[in-house]
Unconditional design. Structure first.
Length: 193
């Protein structure tokens, strides 16, 4: 079921009126996407912080529900803005200057594998690991834009709003991320076709 903006707003309003089930529904709707976004922005080196930052994000959503303005942004854009701020705050506290981990993301092992043979399964897993490593190697802002677009399904306008940059900057970040991924994985397409 595709969540509807109006439904998200109504659930948030019901939460403000004290309806715990409404918040639980909203949480269930975006929980996995939010966690995956946080986990992938952190990268493997800082993966242990994902659970805490995920929890901090949802606490902030609950505490700041009254501040949400559906005229300014859709709920997913607002949620990912909060998640992004939590991750960046964590990086500042840890004094992380540059993230470019080269190890594959352990989530790549959970990628559904349509190939039934063991060899095809190994090749698919290796490709997923290379893709995860390529995404993790992107500069932080490009990685964030790419994950918001591909993982969360945010529009370019929503990415711009979530990151506090002009639309053209969001477009550039996504374009550079895609170009970098294409370059990193250029040999993969011919090897696996």
């Amino acid at each position: 079921m595709e969540p509807d903006e109006v439904e998200d707003v109504e659930l948030l309003r019901a939460h403000l009126r004290g309806d715990a089930q409404a918040f639980a529904q909203l949480y269930d709707r975006y929980d996995r996407q939010a966690f995956q976004f946080i986990r992938r922005i952190l990268g493997r080196v800082h993966a242990e912080a994902a659970e805490d930052l995920h929890q901090e994000t949802w606490i902030a959503v609950s505490r700041n529900a009254a501040a949400f303005d559906p005229a300014r942004a859709a709920f997913p854009a607002w949620l990912f803005t909060i998640a992004r701020h939590k991750v960046f705050d964590y990086f500042r506290r840890q004094k992380v200057v540059m993230l470019a981990g080269l190890e594959a993301d352990d989530a790549a092992e959970r990628v559904a594998d349509p190939a039934p043979t063991p060899l095809e399964q190994v090749e698919t897993r290796e490709m997923a690991e290379r893709l995860a490593a390529a995404v993790e190697a992107l500069p932080l802002e490009q990685r964030g834009a790419f994950l918001m677009f591909s993982l969360a399904g945010l529009s370019l306008q929503e990415i711009a709003e979530a990151t506090g940059v002009p639309l053209e900057t969001a477009k550039s970040r996504l374009r550079y991320a895609r170009a970098s991924l294409r370059q990193s994985l250029a040999g993969e397409r011919t090897a696996h076709v």
